[in-house]
Ligand binder design. Structure first.
Ligand SMILES: Cc1cc2nc3c(=O)[nH]c(=O)nc-3n(C[C@H](O)[C@H](O)[C@H](O)COP(=O)(O)OP(=O)(O)OC[C@H]3O[C@@H](n4cnc5c(N)ncnc54)[C@H](O)[C@@H]3O)c2cc1C
Length: 407
């Protein structure tokens, strides 16, 4: 009898897993289930090109119908998975349907954290294609937007709203929101970027209340100040979609807890992929959950390998990578840039919108890098992160890439 792999979640984690399974020679049956009805789509453009309307719907697709057919994937859309019977190797769908499996991939990702404030009309979240469509529609009738949350999503929404010509204000309880990821001195450069693009910021100031409705919203800050806007976008993080696993007996703790091979704790045939998976990172020696696109892709490849090669499984120890597009900055971040000992900024004197910051850990090793509008520097520094090295190597490399020195 042939084997059957069932994937729950048809976003990047789920779709890349089935593509990797086929490319690695998996010949069994593949069934993919998703609660949403849209053909699988990608999320990064939803806060960038799709939101500012420079990209059409066709550029957001993750996989074409032709590829779904050629890979022989049974895609069941518009019906969520409700629970797993781990002992019986079977999932139950919301519509009562049951599907047995030999291998199960949990790729149910995360959802936007809900706005805890009173107002709902004109207050947006951004996670799905429908969210992005609703928001860009509302951008057309609005003059101003207040963005709550100065992280990646908030900053990208601010940039897209400026592209639409709106007046934009960002609020965040942290003094330096991107400092969370990049350290405060580098994070401050991103605040300057907002200001240069005409965005007002209220950082170091939380939100006490949001009242009113679309076209007439009031955001009250913790210091008592009142801000007025036609729209509000709340970008305050994401929550893993694990509720449907509650009765399974699987270990859930801020995600589906997995071992270093991405197998659900104690299970040989249930795997976690993408934003929902909190796996044991063998190099960091801790459980980590990563909400980045590249992580979902790389983890999918690892899981596919481990299904196709059960006697030669490999652990998953990626070097983190994420990008963000904000105004005219293409930002790329690799490795560890938060829990570091020090960093050095290398600027390109010929281009004030191009720089890199190189981070060093507490053992004196090069551990992370951020580049702005400098993809070549990112590619080369990212390679260096694969092996232990001191900071002189990336610094020499960056200096060699500066104008007049490039080979
Ligand atoms: C607006 C936006 C912009 C982003 N930009 C970037 C970026 O620039 N760079 C970057 O690195 N990362 C970015 N990310 C993050 C990246 O998109 C995510 O890391 C990635 O989408 C995770 O993929 P995933 O498949 O794990 O989960 P998700 O994309 O969250 O997908 C999970 C899927 O599971 C389905 N599902 C959930 N529960 C069930 C259920 N019970 N039954 C059936 N189906 C279910 C959902 O409908 C969904 O389709 C962005 C994310 C967003 C939202």
């Amino acid at each position: 009898m042939g084997s059957r792999t069932v994937v729950v979640g048809a976003s990047v984690g789920g779709i890349k897993t089935v593509q990797a399974l086929r490319s690695q020679g998996y010949a069994g049956e593949l069934i993919v289930v998703d609660a949403e009805s849209h053909l699988p789509y990608d999320k990064p453009p939803l806060s960038k090109g799709y939101l500012n309307e420079s990209l059409g719907r066709d550029r957001v697709n993750l996989i074409s119908e032709a590829e779904i057919n050629s890979l022989v994937i049974d895609l069941k859309l518009g019906v969520g998975a409700k629970k797993i019977d781990v002992a019986g190797n079977e999932i139950t769908l919301e519509d009562g349907g049951r599907i047995g499996y030999d291998n199960l991939i949990v790729a149910t990702g995360a959802r936007a954290r809900l706005s805890p404030w009173e107002a709902k009309d004109g207050v947006h979240l951004l996670r799905t294609l429908d969210d992005s469509e609703r928001l860009r529609k509302d951008f057309h009738g609005a003059r101003s937007v207040i963005v709550v949350g100065g992280g990646f999503i908030g900053a990208e929404v601010a940039a897209a709203a400026r592209h639409h010509g709106l007046e934009v204000t960002i609020v965040d309880p942290l003094e330096v929101p991107m400092g969370r990821v990049l350290g405060d001195p580098v994070g401050r450069l991103f605040i300057k970027l907002h200001h240069l693009n005409g965005v007002a910021t209220h950082f170091g100031n939380g939100v006490e209340a949001i009242t009113g409705s679309k076209g007439d919203l009031t955001v009250e800050l913790t210091d008592g100040r009142l801000l007025y806007g036609d729209l509000v976008v709340v970008g305050i993080g994401a929550v893993p979609n694990t509720e449907w696993l509650a009765s399974s007996g699987l270990l859930i703790d801020n995600g589906l807890v997995c071992d270093e091979y991405c197998r659900a704790d104690g299970q040989a045939n249930i795997f976690g992929v993408g934003d929902v998976a909190r796996w044991f990172h063998p190099k960091r020696k801790e459980l980590v959950r990563v909400e980045h696109w590249t992580n979902a892709v790389e983890q999918a490849a690892c899981v596919a390998h481990n299904i196709v090669n059960p006697s030669n499984i490999v652990s998953y120890a990626p070097i983190a990578y994420v990008w963000s597009d904000q105004y005219d900055w293409k930002i790329q971040i690799a490795g560890e840039t938060a829990r570091v000992a020090d960093f050095v900024v290398v600027e390109d004197p010929s281009n004030e919108n191009r720089f890199a910051a190189v981070y060093v850990d507490h053992s004196g090793n090069f551990c992370g890098v951020v580049t702005v509008n400098w993809p070549r520097a990112m590619i080369q520094c990212r390679r260096l992160l694969e092996n232990e090295t001191d900071i002189s190597r990336p610094l020499n490399l960056l200096n060699d890439l500066l104008p007049g020195k490039a080979k």
